[in-house]
Every structure is written in structure tokens, then in C-alpha cells.
Design a protein around this ligand. Structure first.
Ligand code: NAI
Length: 384
């Protein structure tokens, strides 16, 4: 079976997330890197694309790439949008309407209205629009979801999610242009830390519990005074299956590195997982002893088995979690080409609907933060 063809917009030389996508897409031999508009500077984008083997399918702009791929006999099967946030909407919309499947980086859009439009376009065109909540690709995160869905924890009472790092904690560095724009509403929108990192934690809470967030109350602060937007937030939320949620996100938590983690507590047990130690899942059944579930163990769930590659005891990390999102998408695209249903264990990639829910939560956090923690509806209007 021939490899699927994959293209990328953004992710140029020196970008933060480009290499992880190239590793993830290429890892299982499912996708071939075929086309790209990798940089906002046309010459650099073409040059870097050619150095990665793209030949004349290295384009100077995403508009050229859209036109060029539409004209190909054998166009790309999937395009990843890994440009800065404010460009996601325009590029994703254009490629969906052009007939391409899209994996868009988070946040999917800058507003709820744009998010609703992307969901509608994806539904009308019938194209896949995935959003890169890549941490939901970890094998043991998939296993957590499976355990919760089959009732191992009973009814879920409480979810505690965190994404707190310390990389913007230095007040002396706050005016550095590479840091400053993130806290400037003109460039970042209505939220900084929550929109950048908090939404990963919130998505994780929904992903593992299978419950959507309905309302939230936020305490947002700028610990460094020159910042307009928040560098720390504590968010209380409620979910549609009855779970209570707590979420802390921060960029001034000195000593914390990546800082994504989740704990879920049900009537019959608790689970704890952390992104920096992704190969262990801590399971505490009520009244029993603590168990450590290892990635790669025998007799885990089909969802965990499908997303585990190397044998137990050898660490798997973030590019492999991204590779699992790509493997899901390859299965989804192949199932469509072959007119068959998708493997249910692969039908877990985050969708445009998840991107939209995140946007609604971002705006609810911004509003609640301004109004002293007022409880706000966190659902997008089209899902109310
Ligand atoms: P970056 O600033 O390091 O790189 C952005 C790249 O996009 C650069 O190569 C730039 O030249 C290129 N670019 C900008 N405008 C372009 C255009 N119009 N056409 C083609 N290329 C263009 O940014 P970074 O940190 O890699 O972030 C990119 C996106 O990925 C952001 O939306 C960010 O939120 C997201 N991200 C997601 C992560 C995740 O865990 N899912 C982690 C880090 C970033």
C-alpha cells in the first residue's frame, strides 16, 4: 500500500513545533513528507523545504501551495497547519474548502465565531479537521480514557488538571519581544497562559472523562505587572456528566518544566498521570494498594496497545504521542479511501469540535477573570 502524502505549513527552520510534527508524521512510515510552505519568508521556506527533500513542491506561501497541490494529479492527503495562532483560521478554512484534510495546531482559531465556522465547513465539506491536542496521543492517556469508559473508577467525582511551567517567570526578561507578544492582547487575543497551555489541560480533562465542560469560574492574574494578559490562572469548572473540575495553569511556576498532569477521582478509585513521566499511570482502587500501570504491559486496553511501540521499560515520549495522532489520521483517511469503517481504537484524534470548545472556554475564562470569578457558560453557542 502506498504511503499517504503529507504537507506542512509553518514549522520552518528553528521553529518550536515543526520538528515534532515531522518526526510524528514520519515515524510509522504511514506518511511521506511531500509538500510544504514552511516559512513566512518565501525564499527561506523554499530553501528549507528543498533541504528536506520537497523539490518543486517546496512553496513560498500557503496560497501557492494550495494552488499547486490542487493542480497535482496526486495531491497531498493531509496538511498540517503549524503557523502562529492568528493565521490558523484563514489557512485551515482555505484548505478544507479546497478539498484537503487538515490537522491544525491549537488554538484552532482566535474567536468562537471562527471556530464555529470551521466546524460548519468541516461538516459541509466532509473533510477531516483535526486539532493537535497531541498529548491525548500518549498510550497511557488512551488507557486512562478506556478505564474510565469501562467503569473502573465508577462515577467520576473530581478532575484535577494542571499545566504549569516557569519559563516566563523572569521579570527582567518580560519585555523581550519573543516573550512580550504572548501577553499583548493585540497579538495574543483575550488570553495568554490559559489559551496557550490551559486548553491542553482542559482538553485532557474532557478527553479522559468523556465529559464536556459546561461552565467555569476563573481567577486570572498577571504576576509580572507589565503584562496585560494573565500569566497564571486557577479555573473551577463543571462537566456535563456531573464531574467537578479544578485546573491550574501558570508560566511563572519556577522549577516546573512542562508541567502537564491530570488526576481523576471516581467513586471506586483514582488515576494520576503526568506528561513528564508518561510511561507510568498510577491507579488507586478504593480500599486496595496503589498500582503502577506501565506502558507496554500485557492486557491493557486495545486503545493503549495500538499506541505503544517499543517494549516495556523503554521510555516513549512526546514525538511518539504526536505519531499516534498521525496514525489515527492515517487510519481515518485510509478508511475513507477504502470505504470501510475506522478502527474504533483509532477514532480518538481531537476534532474541530474540540478546538471550538476550547475557544469558548478561553473566552469564558477571560470574561470570568475580569468579573471576579463570575460563573460563565463555557459552551460554544452552537452546542448550547
Ligand atoms: P514558531 O514561531 O517557533 O514557528 C512558526 C513557524 O511558522 C516559523 O517557521 C514561521 O516562519 C512559520 N510561519 C509563520 N507564518 C507563516 C505563514 N503565513 N506561512 C508559512 N509559514 C509561516 O511557532 P511554534 O512555537 O512552532 O508554534 C506554532 C503553532 O504551534 C502555534 O499555534 C502554537 O500554539 C502551536 N504549538 C503547539 C504545541 C502543542 O503541543 N500542540 C506546542 C508548541 C506550539
Amino acid at each position: 500500500m502506498r504511503k499517504l502524502q503529507w504537507g506542512m505549513i509553518g514549522g520552518g527552520e528553528g521553529s518550536q513545533i515543526g520538528p515534532a510534527h515531522r518526526l510524528g508524521a514520519g515515524l510509522d512510515g504511514l506518511f511521506e513528507f511531500t509538500a510544504g510552505a514552511l516559512d513566512h519568508r518565501p525564499e527561506e521556506g523554499i530553501g528549507y523545504g528543498r533541504s528536506l527533500g520537497l523539490g518543486d513542491r517546496a512553496y513560498g506561501s500557503w496560497q501557492d501551495m494550495l494552488a499547486g497541490e490542487k493542480a497535482q494529479d496526486n495531491p497531498i492527503d493531509l496538511v498540517t497547519v503549524a503557523t502562529p495562532n492568528s493565521t490558523h483560521f484563514e489557512i485551515t478554512k482555505a484548505f478544507l474548502e479546497g478539498g484537503f484534510h487538515v490537522l491544525c495546531e491549537k488554538p484552532m482559531t482566535m474567536t468562537v465565531e471562527e471556530g464555529e465556522e470551521i466546524v460548519k465547513i468541516a461538516r459541509t465539506t466532509g473533510k477531516i479537521c483535526a486539532v493537535n491536542y497531541g498529548y491525548s496521543g500518549y498510550s497511557l492517556v488512551r488507557h486512562m480514557k478506556a478505564m474510565i469508559a469501562r467503569g473502573d473508577l465508577g462515577k467520576i467525582r473530581l478532575v484535577n488538571a494542571e499545566f504549569a511551567h516557569g519559563h516566563h517567570a523572569d521579570a527582567a526578561d518580560a519585555e523581550n519581544p519573543r516573550v512580550r507578544w504572548r501577553y499583548d492582547p493585540a497579538q495574543a487575543g483575550v488570553s495568554a497562559q490559559f489559551a496557550d497551555c490551559g486548553i491542553h489541560a482542559l482538553h485532557m480533562a474532557s478527553f479522559v472523562t468523556g465529559q464536556d465542560v459546561t461552565k467555569l469560574s476563573a481567577d486570572t492574574v498577571s504576576c509580572i505587572d507589565v503584562r496585560v494578559l494573565e500569566d497564571d490562572a486557577m479555573v473551577n469548572f463543571r462537566m456535563d456528566g456531573g464531574a467537578v473540575g479544578r485546573l491550574w495553569t501558570s508560566s511563572i511556576a519556577i522549577g516546573r518544566q512542562h508541567g502537564l498532569g491530570i488526576q481523576v477521582f471516581g467513586e471506586k478509585g483514582g488515576l494520576r498521570w503526568s506528561q513528564e513521566h508518561p510511561n507510568q499511570l498510577y491507579y488507586m482502587p478504593l480500599g486496595e494498594r496503589l498500582q503502577i500501570i506501565e506502558r507496554g504491559e500485557a492486557n491493557l486496553s486495545p486503545e493503549a496497545d495500538r499506541t505503544s511501540r517499543v517494549t516495556i521499560g523503554h521510555a516513549e515520549g512526546m514525538p511518539l504521542a504526536f505519531a499516534n495522532i498521525y496514525a489515527d489520521l492515517a487510519e481515518a483517511i485510509r478508511a475513507r479511501k477504502e470505504n470501510r469503517s475506522i478502527d474504533p481504537a483509532a477514532d480518538l484524534y481531537p476534532r474541530a469540535e474540540d478546538g471550538l470548545r476550547s475557544m469558548a472556554a478561553v473566552f469564558a475564562v477571560a470574561q470570568s477573570g475580569k468579573e471576579d470569578g463570575l460563573w460563565c457558560d463555557a459552551r460554544p453557542p452552537m452546542f448550547r
